[in-house]
Write a protein that binds this ligand. Structure first.
Ligand code: DCP
Ligand code: MG
Length: 432
């Protein structure tokens, strides 16, 4: 391989002496994340095969009945938990604890099929609010130690170790250990970390020692540790590309590295072919991007003249619809969906009113936003003229994240508070 080609060497001053620093990028991924979060709540299930999947409320209600008098969730006997063998339905497994994985059970497998492999596994539903809370917490801990962190979803991040104290020691192992320990002490959750010259290799390395492991990979390890892996381990080579590579007789990353760049381009197109050649040789210069996640997105407008809900109904209605469409466009463009839809009004006396409402499933649909924001508008007084109108969507998730794409939880529709509904302002008519 072309030694030194992707070495991003820099000179840095550490403790008064000048030392060489090399680019060290970490990828951190939480272990059996959704399942581990549930085990914090039910510690009596530690070490047992547990799968996450199925509907939420039914399971919860059934388990709650077994909390002994004066006891806590941790006191519920193991026998009270539902088993996979009793599951009937078309649900799929979201994740499984490592003791369950021993039986061949894992993500995306049908629950009925999994029941054949591991009938004794305990089934629990996912609690997205709890998962999100721990997600925020572990990322906060990392940022406090190593500020250059890229959020890659609910349970994984990239971290630039290059200039962080300990980030160069033992190739990054010292800092990785500190992060692992800090997360565990604060949350009780374990994670696995790969440290490598770039994101591409770090992502593969974080899987090497799962769970609760650390793997340090150097550029010189490419041939021994990366090339033997199947092509599918490259983040970006999906099932389709892998299938095609296999048809062409290419199974491993090493075999891919042996292919002529021009030949790859001829078979996979200019961009993909060239990219495949680069990744097979372990080259990746993508930076770690520290962009903090938006909490909400909103659009508001101050009118040129104060508008009244009745007298200026048509104009107000059009502006309102336009704002909703704009927020929807913002969400879609940035790849987010949201669950809490709200409005903000400023009256002619400068007083502000806000209302919001949570919908059952994540959305970036202008019509859903418009409809829900319309419900909110019925819950405020529209007697006085308005100076300003705003629409906001909060409780955001990445549009492609597991929580956003999960099926709707059972029995929930639009959660309009019933009391508020009866207070609907008839002055606004059906426009809102
Ligand atoms: N997830 C999901 N649907 C999938 C895969 C995963 O909803 N098809 C959720 C559940 C996981 C979480 O995302 O807990 C993180 O995904 P990972 O692939 O990192 O899987 P785990 O963290 O569960 O296990 P591992 O220890 O292998 O990282
Ligand atoms: Mg994980």
């Amino acid at each position: 391989m072309a030694h030194g080609r992707c070495l991003a060497a820099a000179r840095a001053r550490i403790g008064g002496s000048v030392t060489d620093t090399i680019r060290r990028i970490a990828h951190l991924d939480m272990d059996a994340f959704f399942a581990s979060v549930e085990l914090l709540r039910y510690p009596q299930l530690k070490g047992l095969p547990v799968v996450i999947g199925g509907g939420r409320r039914k399971v919860d209600e059934a388990i709650m009945r077994h909390v002994p008098e004066g006891g806590t969730l941790a006191d519920i006997p193991v026998e009270a938990f539902p088993l996979l063998k009793d599951y009937v339905g078309r649900g799929v497994i979201t994740t499984a604890t490592y003791p369950a994985r021993v039986f061949g059970v894992g993500s995306a497998m049908g629950m009925m099929k999994a029941a054949k492999l591991c009938p004794q596994a305990i089934v629990l539903p996912v609690d997205f609010d709890e998962v999100r809370r721990f997600s925020r917490q572990f990322k906060g801990i990392i940022r406090d130690i190593a500020p250059i962190m890229e959020d890659r979803g609910v349970d994984e991040v990239y971290i630039d170790f290059t200039d962080v104290p300990g980030g160069q020691r033992e190739g990054g192992r010292v800092l990785a250990r500190l992060i692992q320990k800090s997360i565990f002490e604060a949350t009780g959750l374990t994670c696995s970390i790969g440290v490598a010259p770039n994101k591409l290799i770090a992502k593969m390395a974080s899987e090497f020692q799962k769970p609760n492991g650390i793997s340090v990979v150097y550029e010189s390890d490419l041939q021994t540790r990366i090339w033997p892996l199947p092509c599918r381990k490259v983040n970006g080579i999906g099932p389709k590309a892998d299938e095609k590579l296999k048809r062409l007789g290419i199974e491993t990353i090493g075999q891919l590295a042996g292919c002529e760049r021009e030949w790859l381009i001829a078979n996979f197109g200019k961009a993909t072919g060239a990219w495949m050649h680069e990744v097979a040789w372990g080259r990746d210069n993508r930076p770690v991007v520290t962009e903090s996640e938006p909490v909400s997105m909103s659009r508001e407008t101050t009118f040129e003249r104060d508008l009244h809900a009745v007298r200026d109904r048509a104009e107000l209605g059009a502006i309102f619809t336009h704002l909703c469409e704009k927020v929807a466009e913002d969400l879609q463009r940035k790849g987010y969906v949201g669950k809490t839809i709200g409005i903000k009004l400023r009256y002619d006396d400068f007083k502000i009113a806000t209302r919001d409402q949570t919908v059952a499933s994540f959305t970036a649909d202008g019509k859903v936003i418009r409809q829900t924001a319309g419900h909110c508008l019925r819950r405020v007084s529209l007697e006085r003229p308005l100076r300003l109108l705003g629409v906001r969507v909060g409780t955001l998730a990445k549009a492609d994240s597991p929580e956003a794409t999960a099926p709707m939880s059972e029995g929930t529709g639009l959660r309009t508070p019933s009391r508020a509904r009866t207070k609907a302002q008839d002055t606004t008519g059906s426009l809102f």
